[in-house]
Design a binder for this molecule. Structure first.
Ligand code: HEC
Ligand code: HEC
Ligand code: HEC
Length: 134
């Protein structure tokens, strides 16, 4: 029965093809649902001791860029340097002297998160990381 033999071979070929496709796409579906987790920003000892940021954590997470813009505009345009947060705490509006004074580990804190989010703030062309400057 030559015909039967042929069918049999075809079945083998199809099965072989299936295995081949599965193997070749394995790295793809094996990684589904396993995207790299967002890094948990590491707080410096100084920040831990302070316990609180300028604003509540959730606000800082999503709005720190606006806060920095507001600080810059207030300092540069209005020559005002003191910021009072809603709970009455005062801050010197400075990227290097305030934010990085608490978040001493810029690389571990700001940079790690920015790398993950693929953002590269250009601020450091002019503003210093006090730790690096030492
Ligand atoms: C081309 C240089 C330059 C770049 C780039 C730059 N700044 Fe500034 N920034 C200045 C100068 C100059 C001042 C005025 C310094 C002062 O009066 O203390 C300033 C002031 C500020 C201040 C208030 C004062 C202080 O000590 O921090 C903030 C906040 C600030 N900038 C944030 C930013 C942020 C955020 C970025 C990036 C998104 C940025 N700047 C990028 C030059 C720059
Ligand atoms: C007095 C110390 C202090 C200063 C100054 C400070 N921070 Fe924070 N920051 C903290 C602490 C503490 C936390 C964690 C708050 C919490 O867990 O509730 C935090 C949290 C954050 C977060 C959220 C991190 C996360 O896990 O999602 C961002 C972003 C941030 N700060 C940015 C800034 C920026 C930008 C500035 C300057 C405008 C600044 N911080 C100034 C202490 C500080
Ligand atoms: C929890 C993660 C996280 C941490 C921690 C964090 N950032 Fe960001 N930052 C972001 C994300 C996400 C964006 C982009 C947001 C957007 O484009 O809307 C951003 C944007 C910015 C921008 C605006 C950049 C631009 O080109 O528009 C500045 C300035 C900035 N961050 C400063 C800081 C500083 C300074 C620190 C450390 C004190 C810090 N960030 C810590 C997540 C973080």
């Amino acid at each position: 029965m030559p015909n039967n033999k042929k069918m049999y071979d075809k079945g083998k070929v199809v099965a072989g093809l299936c295995i081949f496709v599965v193997l070749i796409t394995f790295p793809f579906w094996f990684n589904l649902g396993k995207a790299a987790p967002a890094p948990e920003p590491k707080l410096s000892d100084k920040a831990k001791a302070a316990k609180e940021c300028v604003m509540p954590k959730a606000t800082m997470k999503t709005e720190h860029m606006q806060i920095l813009n507001e600080w810059r505009d207030t300092v540069v345009r209005d020559a005002k340097r003191i910021y009072t947060n809603p709970s009455g705490k005062k801050f010197n509006m400075s990227l290097s002297n305030t934010c990085l004074d608490c978040h001493v580990e810029k690389a571990e804190f700001c940079d790690k998160c920015h790398n993950y989010a693929s953002v590269t703030p250009y601020c450091w062309e002019c503003h210093i990381d006090p730790k690096e400057a030492k």
